[in-house]
Design a protein around this ligand. Structure first.
Ligand code: SF4
Length: 358
């Protein structure tokens, strides 16, 4: 493996402490001090109460693209409402999306729901116990399959996400770009380091080390259980590793939402397939050439971000005498009833403004 060579190359380098470079051929040299540290410093997270694959799976899906602190409350609410894969499978999509609201990336919720149905229909409610079989389920990729297989089933499977990627890259001195296909060498490092014994604990420990000690800036190397094995530290390249991923320039977007209102009812539309927030409800957006009508009342201007798009949405209220036609993708609903719909993030913000403004 190329990185074994890289690690070996640094084995004789003397850094702030006498350093033996992290050697993927000797995984226990990493696992022992790491697990000892983890036993004392692990994060107390609600999904770590037990190794139930359902809880591990729900938490891992929520943690994709969402910060741990933000996920905690959502996780507790979700498990409270859907305590087992059967109850999730039996729920309607509307119920699942409503509970997911605020976490963003709703495709995750749809795939979670679809996977729950598959586990119940094809596996009698028991999760497959290998990474390969888990990856057959909707929404479960390489990382999530490795996390569930190792944490819930004790399989020797690697994981690589933002925290573990940074730790592994620094440990072996991997200074090339990371992310996507460029992560393959680090997947190999992760696979070599994960021990046969307690692979799930090891994977959680690496993530915690990245979150608590080996942070993106100003890592606390003096408190790191792997400091004596770290190539980046020994060679003074911590700040350069991992190499930053080039950022895509933000695209600025302006749009106008028109709240069509008759009495205390407003028109909402369902986002079509392929659109952001597919399947969620929102207020109609004006076409680019749709001029604001005389009598429209300006309600607010709100800003939000979707991937690399920074969007400013102007919101106007248009009172109408008769309700426009409704259908499967359009509804005319009382403002007080909006709370029951699964809405887009900007749509929900507008709904709250309507509530507050009467
Ligand atoms: S905290 Fe410091 S010593 Fe530990 S792995 Fe990160 S960079 Fe290396």
């Amino acid at each position: 493996m190329a990185l074994q060579g890289a690690a070996a190359k640094h084995r004789s380098i003397r850094g702030p402490k006498a350093t033996r470079a992290a050697d993927p051929a000797k995984p226990m040299a990493i696992a022992r001090p790491l697990l000892a540290w983890y036993r004392r410093h692990r994060r107390d997270l609600p999904w770590r109460m037990n190794r139930d694959p359902y809880r591990v799976w729900v938490s891992e899906i929520m943690l994709q693209q969402t910060q741990v602190e933000r996920v905690k409350d959502f996780f507790v609410r979700f498990i409270d409402r859907f305590p087992a894969v059967e109850s999730l499978a039996a729920a309607s999509e509307r119920q699942v999306l409503r509970l997911w609201e605020g976490l963003g990336y709703y495709r995750r919720a749809r795939q979670l729901h679809a996977a729950a149905k598959r586990v119940v229909a094809d596996h009698a409610g028991s999760f497959p116990d290998t990474a390969a079989a888990l990856r057959e389920l909707p929404g479960i990729g390489r990382y999530t399959a490795g996390a569930i297989a190792s944490i819930a089933f004790g399989r020797r499977e690697p994981i690589l996400e933002a925290n573990s990627r940074r730790v592994f890259a620094r440990l072996v001195g991997h200074d090339r770009p990371v992310g996507g296909a460029a992560d393959e060498p680090l997947w190999q490092v992760a696979a070599a380091f994960v021990p046969v014994r307690d692979p799930g604990l090891f994977n959680q420990a690496i993530m915690d080390l990245g979150a608590i000690i080996c942070t993106p800036t100003q890592p606390q190397c003096d408190r790191c259980p792997l400091a004596g094995l770290c190539v980046a530290r020994a060679t003074g390249r911590i700040a350069e590793i991992p190499a930053p991923t080039p950022r895509r320039a933000a695209t600025l977007v302006r749009e106008t939402a028109v709240v069509i209102r008759q009495g205390d009812r407003v028109l909402v539309e369902r986002r079509p397939a392929g659109a952001w927030w597919e399947g969620l409800w929102d207020f109609p957006l004006a076409a680019a050439d749709d001029k604001v009508a005389r009598g429209d009342r300006r309600l607010a201007s709100i800003s939000y971000t979707v991937t690399h798009h920074r969007i400013t949405r102007r919101v106007v209220v248009r009172r109408v005498a008769t309700a426009p036609p409704a259908g499967r993708t359009k509804r005319f609903v009382a403002i007080a009833e909006l709370d029951r719909l699964a809405m887009t993030a900007p749509g929900r913000r507008i709904a709250r403004l309507l509530d507050a403004n009467g």
